[in-house]
Design a protein around this ligand. Structure first.
Ligand code: SF4
Length: 189
């Protein structure tokens, strides 16, 4: 089944998109997935976080960022001072790549209409890209500086920060991440 266009998906609303994702077989990742991981958080958020792809724990549960990296993301959200209603979390790719490899270009491309439609419906003021893969998936080759916001098309502000999983093994980045957040607080306050 070919993924529908972004406009068609947007017209279907959140429930329609969820159904389309659950039924999607548009890339090879559907062959090995246990649970597709669609989103969590508010449907009217000020901030949307875009991650890369589900990991093992997310694949088991169907919930984004529920493992160790998820704990780090929760800490980031708390440090930012966002309420439960203020944010949503989605991934660039909805099915787990085997052995936690990076998603392939073709997989990111196949899943992109879902990502774009979700962003369109969530309509955030700020989109936070969690690491380089999220940037590649969402920005079509455009490179952002870490922690340097960019206002896009009069619609939203893009900001790239470190992926929460990177903070597990590179503890020094926790302080750097806080600095990136501190210098951008005006975006969501
Ligand atoms: S990763 Fe996306 S495009 Fe690929 S099968 Fe899963 S939902 Fe479909």
């Amino acid at each position: 089944m070919a993924v529908r266009s972004v406009n068609e998906l947007v017209k279907m609303g959140f429930e329609g998109i969820e159904k389309e994702i659950l039924e999607c077989t548009d890339c090879q990742l559907h062959e090995t997935v246990t649970n597709k991981v669609i989103s969590k958080g508010s449907r009217n958020p000020q901030v949307v976080f875009i991650g890369e792809a589900p990991g093992r724990k997310e694949d088991e549960t169907g919930v984004p960022f529920c493992g160790r990296a998820g704990k780090n993301l929760d800490d980031i959200i708390e440090y930012m001072g966002l309420s439960d209603y203020g944010y949503a979390v989605i991934n660039a790719v909805k099915c787990r790549p085997p052995d936690n490899r990076n998603p392939l270009k073709s997989e990111i491309k196949a899943c992109k209409p879902f990502l774009e439609a979700q962003i369109e419906l969530l309509d955030p003021e700020v989109i936070i890209l969690l690491g380089n893969t999220a940037e590649k998936a969402f920005c079509d080759g455009k490179k952002l500086e870490w922690g340097v916001p960019e206002y896009v098309d009069g619609k939203y502000t893009l900001l790239k920060i470190y992926h929460p999983a990177a903070l597990i093994y590179q503890r020094s980045r926790i302080g750097e991440q806080k600095d990136l957040i501190d210098s951008n607080r005006h975006l969501w306050k």
